[in-house]
Design a protein around this ligand. Sequence first.
Ligand SMILES: [Mg+2]
Length: 119
Amino acid sequence: MSSVLIVDDSRTSRRVLKDILTRAGYEIVGEAINGKEGYEQYARLRPDIVTMDITMPEMDGIESLRLIRKDFPEAKVVMITAAGQKDKMMEAVKIGASEFVSKPFIEETVLEALEHCLK
Ligand SMILES: [Mg+2]
């Protein structure tokens, strides 16, 4: 069973992702509500995969991705994007994001992205 850390400031997004992933057999080992918490939980939990929202208060997903990949270059991070974030996506690719999933979530797309990460 692969472990996942969900980082998103939206309670609804966290719940939807958690439902999709739990149904598919993933273990949700942590949830964080901003990039700073996400980084701290990553360092503590070392999950197989992180889902990382981009727009969050305090520290956004790009900065959190940067910190995680600096300390843990093997980290697999799926970026959660919204419309109009092309520049942020390009930046995330440069920093080493593994995959991208856009909101609103489509179950099949979410699962495909995580499967790609694990290959
Ligand atoms: Mg957000």
